[in-house]
Design a protein around this ligand. Structure first.
Ligand code: KIV
Length: 272
């Protein structure tokens, strides 16, 4: 494809400009075929570190490495053309210093070609966000339930039940926005708190387990496709992909067993 007729990708500033307008449609992807399927329907595709749990079988996201994120980021970039692709920086690769965060974020952007990174944003994060943005790296922040901190938070429970924590979540979102984030994911909080965050920041909020009043929504794609029996309360299953796979694999097993597969249409015949 020549540079001229290449499809243009959405940009971080375009996502920011959607604040208060049409909801921003976001989903996660980790491979090229899924990214290709989502691309026509999503403004933003997140290569989330949820990949550790929904693809690699880890019990938390803590074990995800930068190399895993780069490999999945490359696949998603190959599969998509239009959506803004954001890659998560995994646990342990950005929290200790802005310089290290920059080095790792720049590597992710250089090696995948993605347009932005996401970081989970506790109160320590504002300095890092400003450092990255000033140096050319668009940052999406992530407040509320921060899965990389589940060992401190005590699990994947919704957050902001107490006034103090709710206040802290709003403050983290404001700090992340003021530091230059182009959007902020708000995860696992009450609808009321999510609406408060949405009103408090000048950047779009992208809700997951939050509120329909957020500026956009995101779900983990295998969760919403029905790949797993157990999913968080906030997930709506839009399909039963697990059931479809089971039905197909059972049929395949039966046909291999009774030798009706491969049939005539699935075998080669060379005529002389
Ligand atoms: O890792 C991920 O998929 C995420 C979404 C849940 C927002 O961070």
């Amino acid at each position: 494809m020549s540079a001229q007729n290449q499809v243009r990708r959405a940009t971080a500033p375009e996502i920011t400009a959607r604040k208060g307008k049409d909801p921003i449609i976001c989903l996660t992807a980790y491979d090229a075929p899924t990214a290709q399927l989502l691309d026509d329907y999503c403004d933003l595709i997140l290569v989330g570190d949820s990949v550790g749990m929904v693809v690699h079988g880890l019990t938390t996201t803590v074990g995800v490495t930068l190399e895993m994120m780069i490999m999945h980021g490359q696949a998603v970039m190959r599969g998509s053309q239009k959506a803004l692709v954001v890659v998560d920086l995994p646990f342990g690769y950005y929290e200790d210093s802005p310089e290290r965060a920059f080095k790792n974020a720049a590597r992710v952007m250089r090696e995948t070609g993605c347009q932005a990174v996401k970081i989970e944003s506790g109160s320590y994060a504002a300095e890092t966000i400003a450092y990255l943005v000033e140096r050319g790296i668009p940052v999406m922040s992530h407040v509320g339930l921060r899965p990389q901190s589940m060992n401190v938070l005590g699990g994947f429970r919704a957050r902001g039940r107490s006034k103090a924590v709710a206040k802290e979540i709003v403050e983290n979102a404001i700090a992340a926005a003021d530091a230059g984030s182009f959007a902020v994911v708000v995860e696992g909080v009450s609808a009321e708190l999510a609406d408060k965050v949405t009103r408090a920041v000048r950047i779009p909020t992208v809700g997951i387990g939050a509120s329909p009043g957020c500026d956009g929504q995101i779900l983990v794609t295998p969760d919403m496709l029905g790949m797993f029996d157990r999913v968080p309360k906030f997930v709506k299953k839009y399909a039963d992909i697990k059931g479809l796979i089971e039905t197909a694999v059972k049929a395949y097993r039966a046909e291999v067993t009774d030798r009706s597969f491969p049939g005539e249409n699935n075998t080669y015949k060379f005529s002389e």
